[in-house]
Design a protein around this ligand. Structure first.
Ligand SMILES: [Mn+2]
Length: 216
């Protein structure tokens, strides 16, 4: 995957003599149901901007950006006159595609990440492996079906699209929670935290690929 030289940009700081990798990418995905564009910087500061027409999802994605220290700009035009299903799923797919591209050849990364995040009575855990293989284990029993106008079934759809196209293994467990907004928010925050750990460079790994296969 080193054929994407435009994606991982090296930024040199002449004052300190250090070189920083900026793993960023932009993708656009158009189908008859949705048009989605994602701009993503894995080495960002947690800034985000959204125009998707799905405010609850934006509130959740803002958590991923902030707690993952990922810069994320997502615009989507979907068939919201039907419902939010296609839009949410396709944002997950596009986010996954961008994540996979921005990771490049995965040299020097930690690969694994995990996080527990509480919010009042709710507690969720996310465990991620940037394995190159798609796999989702999603264990969340929401205490109600919707938050405002948002159908909470779509949380799983989002993460299924994401893992399928990011080619990552992701285990999500909501361990407890009474308030469904809290349940969802801890899931997204934990995912952001786990992702941040997994994509970070490992100073002891000396730029190698963290697999005995030499390839992820
Ligand atoms: Mn909230």
């Amino acid at each position: 995957m080193t054929d994407n030289p435009e994606i991982s940009l090296l930024r040199s700081d002449p004052e300190t003599g250090t070189t920083t990798i900026m793993r960023q990418t932009e993708i656009t995905r158009n189908t008859l149901e949705t048009q989605v564009s994602v701009s993503l910087n894995l080495d960002g500061t947690g800034q985000s901007r959204f125009a998707t027409g799905v405010p609850f999802l934006e509130h959740m994605l803002e958590q991923v950006a902030r707690h993952g220290l990922i810069d994320l700009d997502i615009a989507a035009q979907g068939d919201l006159h039907i419902d939010a299903h296609h839009t949410v799923e396709d944002i997950g797919i596009s986010f996954g595609q961008a994540l996979n591209r921005a990771l490049g050849d995965k040299q020097g990364i930690r690969r694994y990440g995990q996080a527990y995040v509480p919010l009042d009575e709710a507690l969720s855990r996310a465990v991620v492996d940037l394995s190159g293989r798609p796999g989702l284990s999603f264990n969340v029993d929401f205490t109600r079906a919707t938050v405002g106008a948002f159908d909470l079934d779509l949380v799983r759809e989002f993460f299924q699209g994401l893992t399928n196209h990011a080619l990552i293994t992701l285990h999500i467990d909501n361990l407890r929670g009474e308030n469904a907004h809290h349940q969802a928010e801890t899931v997204f925050k934990a995912f952001g935290r786990a992702l941040r750990m997994a994509v970070e460079t490992d100073p002891r790994a000396a730029g190698g690929v963290p697999s005995t296969k030499g390839l992820l």
